[in-house]
Design a protein around this ligand. Structure first.
Ligand SMILES: [Fe+2]
Length: 202
């Protein structure tokens, strides 16, 4: 039995449905998806070490991102609503080190952990979070050892390795194998909103 907060449980079910609905198109991501969602059947610790950062100004774009998601395909409007129900509890912050990046990136994006250290449920094996990028802003490429899958909630452009940016629409998935360089950018007409899931277990 789970004692997970009902809204968080509902959100986890919604991302699982959204990812499982399309992951067969990305065979390399199936094993990680299974690991993540079977791990999440167990609640590890509820609450915990969530910092309470002030809400960043970029969050004014959330409603526009929700409008895009609510026009998305099956499952995405429900995922959007499930996310909106937990969003007030999240602690958003800029990417560490982004204050050194030239231009307006620092104030034009934010991330929040949902599951994992600093999130609503503290655990080590899975990290789930969200990224929000203001319209027209580029989120610099980065890489990390954990394998990652994103589910896109609003339209945006995504790149991997040295390949050109490709357009992704609400409901699309982006799979990043371990340590692959990846980045994204919001189109000028809409903020970019996406949920990311990392397998950080053994
Ligand atoms: Fe990433």
């Amino acid at each position: 039995m789970t004692n997970r907060n009902q809204n968080l449980q509902h959100f986890i079910h919604a991302i699982e449905a959204g990812i499982r609905g399309r992951v067969a198109q990305i065979p390399d991501a199936v094993a990680m998806t299974d690991q993540i969602f079977s791990a999440l059947e167990q609640v590890e610790t509820s609450g915990g070490d969530k910092p309470s950062n002030p809400r960043p100004s970029v969050c004014v774009h959330l409603e526009d991102a929700y409008s895009e998601a609510r026009d998305g395909p099956t499952l995405i409007p429900k995922l959007c609503d499930a996310f909106a129900s937990i969003e007030p509890e999240l602690s958003w912050s800029p990417k560490p080190g982004s204050e050194k990046i030239a231009g307006n990136f620092y104030n034009s994006h934010a991330n929040a952990v949902i599951v994992g250290a600093g999130g609503l449920e503290t655990r080590q094996d899975v990290r789930v979070g969200v990224s929000l990028v203001a319209p027209g802003v580029h989120y610099p490429r980065h890489r990390h050892p954990p394998e990652e899958i994103y589910i896109v909630l609003s339209p945006g452009e995504w790149m991997q390795s040295d390949n050109p940016f490709v357009s992704k629409q609400p409901g699309d998935l982006v799979h990043n194998p371990p340590n692959v360089w990846h980045g994204m950018q919001a189109v000028t007409s809409a903020p970019l909103l996406a949920i990311w899931c990392l397998w950080t277990g053994g």
